[in-house]
Design a protein around this ligand. Structure first.
Ligand code: AMP
Length: 287
C-alpha cells in the first residue's frame, strides 16, 4: 500500500526526511482529483519511470468549481483510488480535506491575461485561479522535481507551464498525451455521468477531430471551415445538447485563421448534462 498522508505537516516531514537522506532522491508529483482512470495511470507510470519516489495527490479542489457546477456530485472513492495506486506502485498518496487545504479561503488571485481569461476561462470564470492556487500550493507542500499534467486539459497545462516560467518555480512540468477509450473518447472521471446512449454520442468528439484532420490533410486550411465542420458533425448526434466552444489555436492557444501542423482544436461540449472538454493536435499523420 502507498503511504497515505492527510496532513500537510506530515507529508512535508516525510519528504524532508527522504531528501535529507542525502541520496538525491527525485520526487515526481501527479496532482489529481481522484476517481482514477487510465489517463491518471499513464501520468503515474511516467512519474515512476522518471523519479525515485512518486506522490499522487487526490483532492477535489472546490476553488476550481463555479456555482452550479458539479462539485457536490463529483465522483469520489478513496479506497478504490488507493487500490489502483497500490497496483500502479505509487509510493505516497496525499489526500487532504478542505479544512487542511484551505483553513481560510485563500484571498490571493492568480490571472494570466490572454491565457486564463480565454476558452475555459470564459465559460468557467475563476476556474484557473482555483487551479493555479491548488497547483502552487501542492508544489510548495511536496516540492517535487517533476510534476505531470495531461494534455487532456491542454489549457490547464499551458497555465501551469506559464506559472512555472514566470515565477521561476523549480519544478519541471511534464506533459502527457491524452489517453483515450477504444472508441476515442478521452478518459475522464466525469465519463461516469454519461448514460449508455450519451456515452455513444460522446465519441463524436473524437470523430469530429478526425474529420477536421482529414479536411486539413486534403488541403483545407481555413480554420472557420474546419470549426464549422466540427460543429455540424457534433450537433448531428442525439445527445450533444450544446457547444460552449470549438476553437483552433496555435500551440500557445492564440487563435489562428490559417491552420498548420501542430495547431490545436479545442472543444467544450455538453453531452446530456455532462460538460466534456477535449483537444487535438492537428497533423499530417494518418490516424
Ligand atoms: P483530474 O483528476 O481530472 O484533475 O486530472 C488529473 C490529471 O490527469 C490532469 O493533469 C489531467 O490533465 C490528467 N488527465 C485527465 N484525463 C486524462 C487523459 N484522458 N489522458 C491523460 N491525462 C489525463
Amino acid at each position: 500500500m502507498p503511504r497515505l498522508f492527510r496532513r500537510i505537516k506530515e507529508i512535508r516531514g516525510f519528504i524532508k526526511d527522504i531528501k535529507c537522506g542525502g541520496n538525491n532522491v527525485s520526487v515526481g508529483l501527479v496532482p489529481t482529483m481522484g476517481y482514477l482512470h487510465e489517463g491518471h495511470l499513464e501520468l503515474i507510470r511516467l512519474s515512476k519511470l522518471q523519479n525515485d519516489l512518486t506522490v499522487v495527490s487526490i483532492y477535489v479542489n472546490p476553488l476550481q468549481f463555479g456555482e452550479g457546477e458539479d462539485l457536490d456530485r463529483y465522483p469520489r472513492d478513496l479506497d478504490r483510488d488507493l487500490a489502483l495506486c497500490e497496483e500502479a506502485g505509487v509510493d505516497v498518496v496525499f489526500a487532504p480535506d478542505d479544512e487542511e487545504m484551505y483553513p481560510e479561503h485563500p484571498n490571493v488571485k492568480i490571472e494570466i491575461p490572454g491565457l486564463t481569461d480565454r476558452l475555459e476561462g470564459v465559460y468557467r470564470p475563476g476556474h484557473f485561479n482555483g487551479v493555479a492556487i491548488v497547483v502552487l500550493k501542492l508544489f510548495n507542500i511536496v516540492q517535487p522535481n517533476k510534476a505531470y499534467f495531461g494534455e487532456k486539459d491542454y489549457q490547464q497545462l499551458k497555465v501551469v507551464e506559464r506559472l512555472v516560467k514566470d515565477l521561476a518555480i523549480p519544478v519541471e512540468t511534464i506533459p502527457v498525451p491524452t489517453v483515450r477509450e477504444e472508441d476515442g473518447l478521452a478518459c475522464s472521471s466525469r465519463n461516469v455521468y454519461l448514460s449508455p446512449e450519451e456515452r455513444q454520442s460522446a465519441s463524436s468528439i473524437y470523430r469530429s477531430f478526425l474529420l477536421a484532420q482529414k479536411l486539413f490533410q486534403s488541403g483545407n486550411t481555413d480554420a472557420e471551415t474546419l470549426k464549422q465542420a466540427i460543429r455540424e458533425f457534433l450537433l448531428k448526434h442525439p445527445h450533444v445538447r450544446k457547444i460552449d466552444y470549438v476553437e483552433i489555436t496555435d500551440e500557445n492557444l492564440n487563435p489562428v485563421n490559417e491552420v498548420k501542423e501542430g495547431d490545436r482544436i479545442l472543444v467544450a461540449v455538453f453531452v446530456g448534462n455532462t460538460r466534456l472538454i477535449d483537444n487535438w493536435r492537428i497533423s499530417h499523420e494518418k490516424v
